[in-house]
Design a protein around this ligand. Structure first.
Ligand code: SF4
Length: 338
């Protein structure tokens, strides 16, 4: 399926088309053939200004590799990444550098982006200096103070070091650093996963406010569907390096079509105990992406598996009301809710 048919908006700021990231894996001994780990295997989506797309799935499904490949922290094996109308996957790193301003990342562990030996001021000023965004010292200072205010930290935080802050405060610093570059897109890779529930909600609300005020597009990578349900516009569910279902938040949470999506959703607690979804416990572990199962890659764990699923791979097929699903039974009434 092409990115166009998975398009979530008429004017995307980020388009990803048939993205692949494969890793060569050494063989098991002399003379043994090396394998190929297909971490990302043909992922397409688009994202508009002011919208959030959440990439969800179990750990190891390839969602973080998608993020790293889009940002060129990993070189793509093939496929296209188009940022604000400009193809960036084939640029040399020096030609990519000025465009890096437009797409920023917030990591699960803010220490990944904050130098522990650098005061917060220098960490946040770095992108402003690198991309020459400030006109002189007083403009730089004014920008730093505005950023602190924007993410809810006191001005004196600028003079302190990352270890002096709580996890939630460090994540605010990470967001301020991302925001300092005035990006079009922020990629949040499990950005709230390590936080306590109440702090998690505060950071999600901050991201939503920033999106509303600045029209930023968010690519939100998470295994936590309870958070995703609260804040996303669109969802793409990944399994073994591929998108198996995509759709609007409403469609996906209310009428999930893929058995894997239904299993993930069944584990999400709902506020009304009587309305709890029946828990679907998947058998076994996620298969190795070095040797994915033939046919539908989910068939080894799927409670609805039929004979055809073992040999025939279901294509990602557009649904009449929007979204898409890769399942032989998705069109069969009843099977989709088995
Ligand atoms: Fe399950 Fe078959 Fe659908 Fe795959 S194609 S998700 S195995 S029912």
């Amino acid at each position: 399926m092409s990115a166009a048919s998975l398009s979530l908006s008429a004017q995307p700021v980020l388009e990803v088309n048939d993205l692949r990231k494969h890793f060569a894996v050494a063989g098991g001994g002399p003379g043994r053939a090396a394998g190929l780990l297909r971490a990302v295997d043909g992922v397409s989506f688009s994202l508009a200004r002011g919208e959030t797309l959440s990439l969800v799935g179990e750990s190891g499904c390839g969602k973080s590799t998608v993020a790293k490949t889009i940002l060129r922290l990993l070189a793509p094996t093939s496929g296209q990444v188009v940022l604000a109308g400009r193809r960036i996957d084939d640029l040399t790193l020096s030609r990519l550098r000025p465009l890096r301003r437009r797409i920023q990342m917030v990591f699960q562990d803010p220490f990944s982006s904050l130098n522990p030996r650098m005061p917060v001021r220098d960490s946040i000023a770095e992108p402003i200096r690198n991309f020459r965004l400030a006109r002189g010292r007083s403009d730089l200072e004014a920008r730093l103070l505005r950023l602190m205010d924007r993410v809810g930290l006191p001005a004196d935080a600028l003079g302190r070091y990352p270890h002096e802050f709580s996890g939630g405060q460090r994540q605010r610093i990470g967001i301020a650093r991302a925001l300092a570059a005035e990006p079009d897109v922020i990629v949040c890779d499990e950005a709230v996963s390590a936080l306590d529930v109440s702090v998690k909600a505060q950071i999600v609300n901050l991201l939503m406010d920033l999106q509303k005020d600045h029209g930023i597009a968010l690519l939100f990578i998470s295994h936590d569907l309870a958070v995703v349900e609260h804040m996303t516009h669109h969802v793409a569910v990944m399994y073994l390096g591929r998108i198996v279902e995509t759709g609007s938040r409403e469609a996906l949470f209310e009428t999930p079509r893929h058995p894997y999506t239904r299993a993930l959703l069944s584990a999400v607690p709902v506020p009304e105990p009587a309305a709890n979804r029946a828990r679907i416990v998947l058998k076994g572990d996620v298969p190795s992406p070095i040797a994915p199962p033939a046919g539908c890659s989910f068939h080894t764990r799927c409670p609805s598996c039929i004979e055809r699923c073992r040999t025939e791979e279901p294509p990602l097929t557009a649904l009449p009301g929007g979204g898409a699903v890769a399942c032989h039974l998705a069109g069969a009434e009843g099977a989709a809710h088995a």
